[in-house]
Design a protein around this ligand. Structure first.
Ligand code: N2P
Length: 360
């Protein structure tokens, strides 16, 4: 009864009321000044991370037509932007690549806190360490990356709350599991299991991670970050590394599916809207980002795809999610959450090498 959807503990900031009134005025003039842009928007987002019917609502209300394209990792997003030439208006980076995007001058300053609907942002999401003052981003969804399994198909109906079940699977489950095809998610989980820093620059740590993953690989049916709801719900696999939202949706179709918060720790991500410097329609991007901070629109996303958002919209969230452990994390698991960190270039290169060797 006392369980609640938790907000990640990002640094909170107090909000000056006088500043807010001024900000709204600035935002209004900025938004109207850009009315001359063609009414289109290119949205580059994580796969299966935005309900299509909500896009239709946005198009109807604003007349701006949205084209949405998908990716499965921050690595892919970063590489696309670094390569240049990508024409996206709104992107969805996690906190773990925000500083890199800002430092490499890849983001447009949007001053999200001056947009009218910023008033609805939860205090814990207003002034995060990765983007002080929300100059470059607005909050979208947050969640965790654990693993899920079908309790009807495992021996004894229960697995331990440990990454051991996933990385060193029991005989009965070998060949019946999948890992995400998102290098940082796989490496983060392996690091947590081995108790090494996920941003380690030490080649010895990298070696241990690679060995663990190489030993696990023959037991995997696949690496895939697509179709994460249906793969579990259809029974194609018995266990898989999974995001909490995908698991929750699968659980609606098959109630025996469980989500595990491994005792060794699991990644917590906070995803954000941002606008690349190269965006062809920055004005439309701001209109979209502002529209998404309206509680009813943020809640529509959470209700459709089952991730918590950073907007004051808890009252609008469907009861069915509020009773599900994957979304409504039991209190005792809070200490297991590991907010995704921003790794150094050296650590990232090491991770790229692990991944290339594993997949090669
Ligand atoms: C779900 C995407 C989860 C986003 N398809 C993780 N940052």
């Amino acid at each position: 009864m006392s369980k609640k959807v938790k907000s990640p503990r990002f640094a909170a900031a107090s909000f000056a009321v006088a500043g807010l009134a001024l900000s709204c005025f600035t935002a209004f003039t900025t938004l109207s000044a850009q009315a001359a842009e063609p009414k289109e928007l290119f949205f580059y987002n994580w796969t299966d991370y935005y309900p299509v019917d909500l896009l239709a609502k946005f198009e109807k209300e604003t007349g701006i037509k949205v084209t949405m394209d998908g990716y499965d990792s921050n690595e892919t997003l970063l590489a696309k932007l670094q390569a240049g030439g990508a024409a996206y208006d709104v992107i969805v980076p996690s906190q773990s690549i925000m500083r890199t995007l800002i430092n490499q001058d890849l983001l447009l300053e949007i001053d999200a806190s001056t947009l009218p609907n910023f008033q609805y942002v939860k205090p814990a999401f207003r002034d995060p360490g990765f983007d002080p003052g929300r100059k470059f981003s607005a909050p979208y969804l947050w969640g965790t990356t654990g693993f899920s399994y079908d309790s009807a198909r495992v021996p004894g109906g229960k697995l331990d709350e440990s990454w051991k079940e996933f990385f060193e699977p029991r005989k009965e489950l070998q060949g019946q599991l999948a890992a995400l095809d998102t290098s940082s998610s796989v490496i983060n989980a392996a690091s947590h299991y081995l108790n090494v820093d996920e941003c380690s620059e030490n080649p010895q740590d990298a070696k241990r991670i690679l060995e663990l993953l190489q030993k696990q690989k023959p037991f995997l049916k696949m690496y895939s970050s697509d179709n994460t709801v249906d793969r579990m719900a259809s029974g194609e696999v018995i266990m898989m590394q999974n995001w909490n939202g995908s698991t929750a949706r699968a659980t609606l179709q098959k109630s025996t599916i469980k989500y595990v918060y491994p005792k060794e720790g699991l990644a917590m991500f906070q995803d954000n809207f941002a606008v690349p410097k190269s965006a062809p329609h920055p004005g439309n991007a701001k209109i979209f980002i502002d529209w998404m901070m309206k509680p009813e629109n943020a809640a529509a996303v959470s209700n459709a795809i089952a991730y918590a958002n950073g907007i004051q919209s808890d009252k609008l969230i469907d009861a069915k999610w509020r009773v599900m452990d994957a979304i409504n994390m039991p209190d005792e698991f809070a200490s297991r959450l590991r907010p995704e960190k921003e790794c150094s270039n050296k650590a990232r290169e090491l991770q790229d090498r692990i991944w290339a060797k594993l997949k090669g």
